[in-house]
Design a binder for this molecule. Sequence first.
Ligand SMILES: NC(=O)c1ccc[n+]([C@@H]2O[C@H](COP(=O)([O-])OP(=O)(O)OC[C@H]3O[C@@H](n4cnc5c(N)ncnc54)[C@H](O)[C@@H]3O)[C@@H](O)[C@H]2O)c1
Length: 355
Amino acid sequence: MKTILVTGGAGFIGSAVIRHLINDTDYNVVNVDKLTYAGNLESLESVSDNSRYTFEHVDICDATEIKRVFKQHQPDIVMHLAAESHVDRSIDGPGEFIQTNIVGTYNLLEQARHYWAALGDAKKVGFRFHHISTDEVYGDLEGTDDLFTEETPYAPSSPYSASKASSDHLVRAWYRTFDFPTIITNCSNNYGPYHFPEKLIPLVILNALAGKPLPVYGKGNQVRDWLYVDDHARALVLVATTGEIAETYNIGGHNEKQNIDVVKTICHLLEELAPNRPEGVNAYEELITFVTDRVGHDVRYAIDAGKIQQELSWVPEETFETGLRKTVKWYLENQQWCSNVQDGSYKQERLGIVG
Ligand SMILES: NC(=O)c1ccc[n+]([C@@H]2O[C@H](COP(=O)([O-])OP(=O)(O)OC[C@H]3O[C@@H](n4cnc5c(N)ncnc54)[C@H](O)[C@@H]3O)[C@@H](O)[C@H]2O)c1
C-alpha cells in the first residue's frame, strides 16, 4: 500500500484532501502539520481513527524533524499544502509568510530530494512532489476579459502571493536543477465546509446568524472564481497520482462572482434556510457594511482550467449555486465546530486537553 505525505492537512483544503484520501482511496496518509491558528484537528475527526491515518505534529521549517518523518514513513508522494494563507494577515505581518511559505518549502524540498535520491529504483521512478499553490501568483486581471493560463507571467501583489510565487519558483528550480520530480497546481478561491471564519464566505454566514455587520471591502466589486473545496481535493489527488512531472495545472470552477453578489446570495440562502433571524434584524441583507478597501487589493482573478480538464478529465461536480447551498447548510448543522473555533477551544485538542 502506498503512502501520501500531506503537509498542512489540518487546514481547510488539506483536511478535505485527507478526508477524500481516507474515504475514497487505499493510500496511507501521513499528516504533517504545525497546528498554527489555522490548523484544526476537529476537521479530521471523521477519519482520524482510521488505521491508514497518522498525524505528525511537525513544523515544515524543522529540518531534523522533517528528515525523521521521511525516514520513518517512507512516502511515495508528497502533497505540500502547509502555508500561511490569509492575505490580510500577510499585510499585518509578512514574517511568518516568508518563513513558512518560502523557507519551509525550501526545507521540505531539500529533505524530500535527499530522501528521493536514496530510494531504490522502483520507488524512485514513481515518486512525486506536488506543490499546491494559488492563482494569486498571476496578479490582477482588472479591466480585461483574460483568463489566467499556465503560461501567464507571475505578478503577485500581496506579501502572501509573493511568498507563494517564490515557493513556486523554488519548486520549478528543483526540477530543472536536480531532476527532482515536481508538479505544481495553481487554484482559484476555495469555499466549503470547515473553512476558518476569517475568510469571506464563512465570516458572512456566521456574522449574519449572530446579527453582526457583514463587512464588504470597498464597493464589493472584486471578482473571484469560486471552487467548492471537495472538487479541489479530487483534482489535487488526481494530479498527485496521475499528473505529468514538471507540469503546471490551473484549477478553477468557472464561477466568476463579484464579492457583493456572493454576500447577497448567502443572505438569500439564509432567508430560506435560517428564517428565524436574530432579534431586530428585518432582512439579512441590511447587515451588509462597506469597509475601507484592502491595500493593493486585486480586482479580478479568473482561471482557465482547460488543461486539467482535457489532460486529466477533471471537471467540478458543484456549481456555485449547489456548492454554496451545501456550505450554508453545513455551517447551520455544525454550530459546535464553529463555536469551538470562535471561542478558541479547538486549540485545546492539540494540547491533549480535549479528545
Ligand atoms: N484557500 C484557498 O482558497 C486557496 C486557493 C488556492 C490555493 N491555496 C493554497 O492551498 C494551501 C492550503 O490552503 P488552506 O486554505 O487550506 O490554508 P489554511 O490556512 O486553512 O491551512 C494551512 C495549514 O498549514 C498548517 N501550517 C502552517 N504553517 C505550517 C508550518 N510551518 N509547518 C507545518 N504546517 C503548517 C496550518 O496549521 C494549517 O493546518 C495553501 O498552500 C494555499 O496557499 C488556497
